[in-house]
Design a binder for this molecule. Structure first.
Ligand code: ATR
Length: 280
């Protein structure tokens, strides 16, 4: 029997945790597969995907900076991939390239299952209107919050992202509005940082009064890139949550698409936290 091949493609990918996560999923579900990482030179993405298919690749995860290109090279793209205009999962099946985005459902599952907070009826603030924010807004709306404000430094980008999601918001009876980074009328139960401001040392782009007491404050990054935001959240009485759970949960959804089996993601998240805490 041949082993099914998968990989993560990105640039850079040296520090990607995805091979570890998928190897653990495979072990725990008894699936035979091999998953590695491939650093792809900018401009070489489409060729690399086709070369991987030739090698026998069954699917891959796509990370920065190729998520937009991934959506474009697909034969078919899921509804959530179309709405986010970016994809993080490709599946190669019957000569077709199927593209999907599991980042948003990964974030929602991390908040609702791992952090134990149902988003239904809550007030959410999504900070940022770039690719990361676009990838999660649809699934956040599908979780049925009462309100989502999308706040961005460049106003027209928030307005465009919101306009594209208004039909979905109406379907879920969620109030959805674009906002600047200042002057919010009321605080939020959950705030999600989809900017990379901690990484650039730019500081948190909103004021602390956006936080209700004990609000959940999530950063989509993990490790040093999320530290500034998490420290800020903790200092202002919020519950900080990094993006490691989202990483594991988006991987779990990809694994489900590829293998038809849901891996024990909470267990793998706990193990990964222990591995990282141990300095590995
Ligand atoms: P990604 O794919 O990671 O989302 P992106 O598409 O470049 O990357 O988007 C980056 C996001 O971070 C944008 O929302 C950006 O705001 P602008 O649209 O105004 O550029 C936001 N961002 C980056 N640096 C920022 C800063 N110093 N203050 C506030 N927002 C910032």
């Amino acid at each position: 029997m041949t082993t099914d091949l998968y990989c993560v493609m990105g640039h850079p990918v040296a520090h990607s945790r995805s091979p570890w996560i998928h190897a653990r999923f495979a072990e725990l579900t008894g699936q035979q597969l091999h998953y590695d990482k491939r650093d792809i030179a900018p401009g070489d993405f489409a060729r690399s995907v086709h070369a991987f298919i030739e090698e026998g690749g069954r699917g891959c995860n796509i990370t920065v900076p190729f998520k937009f290109e991934a959506a474009k090279i697909a034969s078919r793209t899921s509804e959530r991939g179309l709405l986010g205009r970016a994809c993080n999962v490709l599946t190669f099946r019957d000569g077709q390239i199927l593209a999907d985005n599991t980042d948003g459902i990964g974030l929602v599952n991390d908040i609702e299952r791992n952090a134990g907070l149902s988003l239904k009826g809550l007030r959410l603030l999504l900070i940022g209107a770039g690719g990361a924010a676009a990838g999660v807004l649809g699934p956040l709306l599908q979780a049925g919050p009462a309100h989502i404000s999308v706040a961005n430094r460049t106003q027209h980008k928030a307005a465009e992202l919101v306009a594209r999601h208004l039909p979905l918001a109406a379907q879920h009876q969620t109030e959805l509005e674009a906002h600047t980074l200042h002057g919010f009328a009321a605080p939020f139960d959950v705030i999600i940082n989809a900017t990379a401001t901690s990484l650039s040392g730019a500081g948190v782009p909103v004021e602390a009064h956006v936080l209700k007491p004990r609000a959940l404050a999530c950063d989509m990054m993990y490790g040093p890139a999320s530290q500034g935001f998490l420290d800020w959240a903790r200092a202002h009485g919020a519950t900080p949550r990094d993006g490691l759970g989202m990483l594991v949960e988006q991987a779990a959804e990809a694994f489900l698409i590829w293998r038809g089996v849901r891996p024990p993601s909470a267990q793998v998240l706990a193990e990964l936290r222990a591995v990282i805490a141990g300095g590995h």
